[in-house]
Design a protein around this ligand. Structure first.
Ligand code: SAH
Length: 351
């Protein structure tokens, strides 16, 4: 059976035709689901009986297992269960006048980054395009602000699930109406996937998880570095940037005493100095979110600020990521990890 957001426009048309519905219905349903971003139950342009019938024939792909909101209500995180028991997380971050949804592209992850909670839980399966789009639309249903941005920074490696990721990007762009530039695909450096990305027409934003200025250190954090070392990853990233005329963001998790010395910053600046692509490179510093399976802890704020100063001194654009939602484990695979512990998640709801 097809799912609500997994079904294509053609399949929907055939389903409705089979029910003897008038021809214009398929457009009406499609518009309500995607462009108007309505939950089926409140798609009041459709007759009640039809909504009920669609609810049953096109069920959502996910069941909601947990939902948590931060104390200020601006960050909301869902833990969903999908086919085969796959567990998936989605985070909504609301800002004045806009909102960002952080989606998962896989249940679990096979990349094995040592500090990442998702990797620590292992790989389950790739999500399909409908499951990715459903995460965005269900978050949109819960957001007062329009969802303007989507980041593939939840569970999984999007470029290791390229076809589904790209089909979702196209649906989000063409049907949901999200600007391609406001869709960010984050990769640990899957070079073949980056090359494919460079060939696509939609100018999505690329983020690359770097985390270290040299291969010797990076391979201790990101095992994939042995297969695709930094030089190859930067080469592929530059091809994407040039083709698109877009800046590339490099993500760098700051881990106390591991990769956060001023010397690391100097070497990182040296590495990125040669990144001569339009818009230039941009560095996003993320204080580490501690995870159960990794002994590291976050660099303290002064250390992160000093690191940022060195990079800026070399003319690089830098942002320090505010860790939103840490009170609800909304960072990096933590909700699933906690729920799996059997710890009562309601304990964090009221904070
Ligand atoms: N597979 C993609 C998306 C991963 S999640 C990628 O690797 O880019 C998005 C970002 O969060 C990545 O940069 C990832 O390295 C980072 N991340 C994962 N676990 C983290 C943690 N515990 N603390 C800080 N950043 C983390």
């Amino acid at each position: 059976m097809s799912t609500r957001y997994g079904t294509t426009r053609t399949e929907l048309g055939e389903l409705l035709e089979g029910w003897g519905e008038p021809r214009y219905r398929a457009d009406q349903v499609w518009r309500a689901l995607y462009r108007e971003r309505r939950p089926l139950a409140s798609a009041t342009s459709l007759p009640r009986s039809l909504r009920d019938r669609l609810e049953a024939a096109l069920p959502p792909a996910f069941e909601e297992r947990l939902v948590q909101a931060s104390a200020d209500g601006l960050t909301v995180k869902w833990l969903y269960t999908g086919a085969g028991g796959a567990e998936v997380e989605t985070v909504l971050m609301r800002y004045p006048g806009r909102a960002t949804v952080c989606v998962s592209s896989q249940a679990g992850c096979a990349m094995g980054c040592t500090f990442c909670a998702t990797a620590q839980g292992g790989f389950v399966r790739g999500l399909d395009a409908g499951e990715i789009v459903e995460q965005v639309l269900r978050a949109a249903h819960a957001s007062e602000q329009p969802v303007t941005n989507v980041v593939f920074m939840g569970m999984g490696e999007p470029l290791a699930n390229f076809d589904a990721t790209w089909a979702a990007v196209e649906r989000l762009h063409a049907d949901v109406g999200i600007s391609a530039r406001r869709i960010t695909v984050s990769t640990v450096g899957v070079v073949p996937g980056m090359r494919r990305l460079a060939e696509q027409d939609l100018p999505v934003t690329l983020a690359v998880s770097l985390h270290a200025p040299d291969d010797a250190l990076r391979e201790t954090l990101v095992p994939l570095d042995r297969r695709y070392p930094i030089a190859e990853v930067l080469h592929a990233a530059r091809a994407v940037a040039r083709r698109r005329g877009r800046r590339v963001t490099f993500e760098y998790a700051c881990i106390a005493g591991v990769n956060d010395c001023p010397e690391h910053a100097g070497r990182l600046a040296g590495l990125l100095a040669g990144f001569d692509a339009p818009g230039g490179p941009h560095v996003n510093l993320i204080p580490l979110n501690p995870t159960a399976g990794f002994p590291g802890r976050a660099s303290d704020p002064a250390r992160v600020a000093a690191f940022a100063r060195v990079l800026r001194g070399h003319g690089l654009g830098v942002t320090v990521r505010r860790n939103r939602g840490t009170d609800i484990d909304a960072a990096c695979g933590q909700l699933r990890a906690r729920a799996g512990d059997g710890r009562d998640p309601s304990g964090t709801m009221a904070r």
